[in-house]
Design a protein around this ligand. Sequence first.
Ligand code: HEM
Length: 168
Amino acid sequence: MSTIDLLRVALRWVHLTAAVVWIGGTLFYVLAIQPSLDTEEKAAGWRTIRQGVERQFHEIVQVCIWTFFISGAILTYDRLTSVNPGLDYIAALVVKVLLVLWMVYISGGLRRSGARKPIGSAKKKPSSAGSVFQRLRSPVLQIAIIGVIVLLLADLLKVLAENALGPL
Ligand code: HEM
């Protein structure tokens, strides 16, 4: 394995780890913390630590975002200069970057305004289609959903690039 291959592995590892931290942390919040706050007592307990937890997570997310832009730019340069991946690759990459910018925008709004509603206020179980749409207005849930789509696009990019390399 050449030095350039080792650098590629390191870069992909950094990029992937940042993805695990941001999307994994967000999914943990949506899938584990939010549903477990089903009584006023639990919600009150969470409210006492919420601000500190969210501030800490926002700082970590900031580091992840810088990591994505730097490592993502190098990965893009590397792919576009080492293979000719085709127009479908470029299209998928453009969609991916636009979705990432959207996530960064939502995340910046959350950080600036501290707008995440106290989770205790969401403890009523949604029971109608209306409440599904209400849920989708949650910025954290939006980041989780867009993040999962971005992961899918990352997979697609990899397959498209491998296809462009041709049979080994
Ligand atoms: C502007 C920011 C970003 C750019 C320019 C970018 C670009 C790229 C590129 C070019 C690749 C290589 C694809 C290939 O194999 O050909 C890649 C891989 C990947 N990206 Fe991103 N990306 C960005 C942000 C993100 C974000 C926010 C996530 C997470 C939600 C993410 C998750 C991944 C994953 C999981 C891989 C596969 C890594 C691997 O297994 O090697 N990326 N990205």
